[in-house]
Design a protein around this ligand. Sequence first.
Ligand SMILES: C[S@@+](CC[C@H](N)C(=O)[O-])C[C@H]1O[C@@H](n2cnc3c(N)ncnc32)[C@H](O)[C@@H]1O
Length: 408
Amino acid sequence: MTSDSASDAAALRNQMVDTILESRAALNRSLSGHVEAVMRKVPRHAFLPGLALKDAYAQDAPVMKRDDDGVVISSVTAPKIMAGMLHQLDIEPGHRVLEIGSGGYNAAMLRELVGPDGEVTTIDIDQDVINRARTCLATAGYADVRALCADGEVGAKEYAPFDRIIVTVDSWDIPPAWVEQLAEDGRLVVPFRVLGLTRSIAFERTRDRLVSGSYELCGFVPMQGAGARGLKVVRLQEKDVYLRVDRKHDFDAESLRAALKQPRVEAWSGVTARRGELMDEQDLWLATVEDEFCILKATQEAIAQGLVHPSWRVATPALVQGGSFAYRAFPRAVDEKQTTFEFGVYAHGPDAEEVANRFAEHLRVWDRDHRQGPGARFEVYPADTPDDHLTQGRVVNKRHTRVTISWP
Ligand SMILES: C[S@@+](CC[C@H](N)C(=O)[O-])C[C@H]1O[C@@H](n2cnc3c(N)ncnc32)[C@H](O)[C@@H]1O
């Protein structure tokens, strides 16, 4: 690299970090000085060979590999998400860290954060990913990161215990190996999928369970191997409108398709938000209180045709009740300058009015009781924990664990 392009890279990197700081500040979130410093230092482009410099420093997650169906199975994590997770990890010099899901970029930042007395092990289920990560790490001067091919489900027992474990792949469960390999006062940061929603959650061990501290919105490629757990899709209209539902649900797709052909019912909640405000907490609340919660997705064409008008076409919270469903409507402006918007609900089907009103009431309760609160608390217990040992709240049973979600 010439000195010109090295300084271009440094400038782009600083711009990338400035954007991250601004977007976190807008959400009232800080970024630790150590994380900021390593993000300004580690050459992200060295882990994205072949990509133009400006693309390497964009706020994207460049795709590294797709499966035979075109689904993304490996990417270099978006810088904003990585920053948040590293902040949550709270690494100290000398820590031993395990990363599950490799690429090299994050492992290099971990290497910087743990310093000369620490140790970083990164594992990936895909040998190609490990080969690429090793090459990029060596080129960028981080050859002392241990990169191994293994299923994250089993961790890396021979190098445990770890002061910190960071998982960079969507995880439906927390396998016993992660808890066993975590040091007594260790911390696990994982993109945990509960009730169909993924949040990067920082867990600490408290007696018999893991208890959440902070959590942040995130999105990751799906877990492969022993911990893989796909989602079900219920198509409401060819490939244009569908519901992403938990595998335990057995919704009547035929009736729901018929429902979409019926005129919609509306219910407006009176709850408002400023333009650009994130609604991830409201989504989590809806998922907690409604068993038949799911996510509605639609193409731009479906919206243009007026089939649906969801709040966000990529992922809008929805509820199903028999042959009826409701989803959060595209918010309507309540002032002339269009700075404040009201949340509402659109529903279809024989029980549309009932589901829409129930949904709108959930929005009001969230606004009144939880919007300004500390948010949800996640606790993860071993699968054999009896009911009377669990914290009160919504209980979600997984393969290895029982998870409670409460709203203090
Ligand atoms: C988003 S990428 C990781 C990005 C990386 N941490 C970085 O520095 O940018 C997710 C990776 O998880 C890997 N993966 C998926 N299932 C896994 C499993 N069961 N065990 C280990 N790695 C897995 C995929 O092969 C993929 O490379």
